[in-house]
Design a protein around this ligand. Structure first.
Ligand SMILES: [Zn+2]
Length: 206
């Protein structure tokens, strides 16, 4: 984990590149590489945070991810497209973004959602909103109090930090209290993003 490199310009762009992404071609190869595919009812394709669940009979797929809001698994339809090559034999598989429906090769892991580049980028901008800035600032301050200024070496955004080591001189009780605060802020941050994505999604369904 981590090791995203440090500093640099054009953070929005770089961040997007650093997201874990899912490649529909690789997913298709994975399915085709399974000798026993047609003996199975479902195939699980592991993602960074969840799975793609492929139903062999209906040739449909779902994304299963742990929802921050409900604390349980959430299932999102993942429409697939099969495109035949000019030879009429070869097949390329594409995903459709669960949020905008665009046909894409890559989906990006965006705070426990899998979305196309456009949706992920669109929602990155909601992180710039003042409320989000404030949460990030609070998190950065806690990191500082824990002597963890070097988080920037491994992460572009404080909201991506999932663990902060305890400074050796600090009492456990104090450390735990700060970490509790940190985790609560992180949760709030992720909830805000989830809400923003859901809003974008609902606007599309209208
Ligand atoms: Zn999209």
């Amino acid at each position: 984990m981590g090791g995203y490199g440090s500093g640099g310009h054009n953070k929005t762009h770089r961040r997007l590149e650093n997201f874990h992404r899912v490649d529909s071609f690789a997913f298709y190869d994975y399915l085709m590489g399974d000798k026993y595919l047609y003996c199975k009812t479902t195939v699980q394709y592991p993602l960074n945070r969840g799975d793609i669940i492929y139903h062999v009979q209906s040739r449909t797929a779902l994304i299963k991810v742990l929802s921050v809001q409900e604390g349980e698994y959430r299932y999102v339809d993942l429409p697939l497209s099969r495109v035949h090559g000019i030879d009429g034999k070869s097949v390329r598989m594409y995903f459709h973004c669960p949020y905008c429906g665009r046909r894409v090769r890559y989906l990006y892991d965006y705070y426990k959602h899998y979305a196309c580049r456009k949706c992920a980028k669109l929602n990155y901008s909601c992180q710039q909103k003042s409320g989000m800035d404030e949460i990030r600032l609070k998190m950065e301050r806690i990191a500082e109090r824990l002597d963890y200024q070097w988080w920037r070496n491994d992460f572009d955004c404080i909201a991506d930090v999932y663990y902060i080591p305890k400074p050796h001189y600090m009492r456990w009780a104090k450390y735990e209290k700060l970490m509790q605060e940190f985790r609560a802020l992180k949760k709030e941050y992720e909830r805000n993003i989830e809400n923003a994505l859901m809003k974008a999604y609902k606007a599309l369904c209208r």
